[in-house]
Design a protein around this ligand. Structure first.
Ligand SMILES: [Zn+2]
Length: 77
């Protein structure tokens, strides 16, 4: 299980500095049957790499990056 704090300090490519980023969940779209992650899921190892959107609190730009493979992903208060 991966637990993430609501605000993390990360590099912002727009500000070109480390800034506090808000962690947001990315809404799920329909899975593509040809994607590597979906083929892995069909083989019977259903852990997912939850994509997470990091929004810079200074410039409000968002950057997306997946977290490590896990069954459960939580954002702590
Ligand atoms: Zn920024």
């Amino acid at each position: 299980m991966v637990k993430s704090p609501r605000v993390v300090k990360r590099y912002c490519p727009t500000c070109k500095k480390h800034r506090p980023h808000e962690v947001e969940r990315v809404k799920k779209r329909k899975a593509s049957e040809l994607a590597a992650g979906q083929r892995r899921f069909r083989r019977g190892k259903p852990t997912k790499r939850q994509p997470v959107r990091y929004r810079c609190q200074t410039c409000k730009k968002a950057h997306q990056a997946p977290v490590k493979r896990s069954k459960v992903f939580e954002i702590k208060e």
